[in-house]
Design a protein around this ligand. Structure first.
Ligand code: KG4
Ligand code: ZN
Length: 345
């Protein structure tokens, strides 16, 4: 079964074809990073406009890269939640129209759940029960999957998502957007023990918090450059030298990663899963992978970097498993749902 995935929930327009939820036939990603970099973050209206311009060419490219025509496609899977409403609308309207025109079954997909399915494209598919650490720009959650569509939320962030914390701290330090990759790069040349930053202690055994850590970085930078809290945070970066910047990046990254790994290790001990996966943009972080593999007594197969950040292959993969279990949605009725949580199916 060949499924075409379409993704447009944030600042990537992507389309991909996956066969039987296992074999990647094509994977096209049009990133808007350059368009938003000048603003230091995603501007929703600009994102939606860019999706409109490229959605059809991206879909056509995915078909031609796979060497397929519409006749070969068995179904369409599209992100309908969560994300920016204007961005979600473009992908879903394209998918709905194509499903009607080409007479294909349509499967609505939850973007965060789809991130987990990037790991099913590895040589060996993960086994259930599967512990999933989901770490992206909008989400930080620990989930236990007992089967496809059968999962339980164990813990989540009480405030900022981990990727959001990377992006905000990068801004304070004057590192480029997106913050995750630029902090990871700066941290390679920094001392992770240079600054003592706090690790949040929470009542929930598997919950996270990153807002305090971000503020702690802000206060430490203010102290380091010799100004008080009234000094504008936008002016701080110019007063840091490269050594300080790299040391802050490394010290922040160490605590952020330790927080994630501590909770994942605790959930591993408590639930004894058969596999562990890491999903979402922050799963691309090499230091997170290294520490996690060091701390957990289980082999972890990580998804390739380009399938950790937003892509449509993960949608087409999850679409395959949905097609085995549930009925398609009417293309005349599908609506977007910008803040929907993950639900069993
Ligand atoms: O999953 P994703 O592409 O989009 C969302 O669904 O949110 O995740 C984007 C997030 C951004 O916050 C970005 O800074 C972060 O993933 N990220 C990283 C790395 N690459 C991307 N964070 C840490 N280390 C990285 N190497
Ligand atoms: Zn994402």
């Amino acid at each position: 079964m060949k499924i075409l995935g379409i993704e447009s929930s944030c600042d990537e327009t992507a389309a991909a074809v996956v066969e039987d939820g296992r074999t990647l036939l094509s994977n096209v990603i049009n990133s808007q990073i350059d368009i938003h970099a000048v603003y230091g973050g995603v501007v929703p209206e600009v994102a939606a406009r860019s999706h409109i311009e490229v959605v059809n060419p991206v879909i056509n490219q995915a078909l031609s890269d796979a060497g397929l025509t519409w006749d070969d496609i068995d179904a369409i899977a599209v992100t309908y939640a969560p994300g920016l409403v204007g961005s979600l609308l473009i992908g879903t309207l394209a998918a709905r129209t194509l499903a009607m025109l080409k007479n294909k079954p349509l499967y609505p997909i939850h973007h965060v759940e789809a991130h987990v399915y990037a790991n099913f494209l590895n040589d060996k598919a993960p086994e259930f029960p599967m512990l999933a650490l989901i770490v992206s720009g909008g989400h930080s959650q620990l989930m236990l999957f007992r089967g496809h569509g059968d999962f339980e939320l164990l813990g989540q962030t009480c405030d900022d998502a981990i990727g959001e914390a990377f992006d905000k701290v990068a801004k304070i330090l004057g590192l480029g957007y997106p913050g995750g990759p630029s902090i990871a790069k700066a941290a390679l040349n920094g001392n992770p023990l240079a600054y003592q930053l706090p690790k949040a202690k929470l009542a929930g055994a598997y919950d996270f918090s990153f807002s305090g850590l971000k503020t702690a970085v802000l206060r430490a930078v203010q102290r380091e450059v010799g100004v008080d809290f009234t000094f504008p945070s936008t002016g701080l970066a110019a007063r840091l030298d490269d050594v300080q910047r790299n040391d802050f990046a490394a010290s922040f990254q160490r605590i952020a990663i330790e927080t994630l790994v501590d909770k994942t290790a605790q959930a591993f001990r408590d639930y004894n899963p058969k596999s562990v996966v890491v999903a979402g943009g922050v799963a691309a972080n090499q230091e997170l992978r290294r520490i996690l593999s060091e701390r957990l007594p289980i082999h972890i197969d990580y998804a390739p970097m380009n399938l950790c950040t937003d892509n449509a292959a993960m949608l087409a993969t999850l679409g395959f498993y949905k097609a085995q279990k549930i009925q398609p949605t009417s293309p005349f009725e599908l609506e977007v749902s910008p803040s929907l949580s993950m639900n069993n199916w």
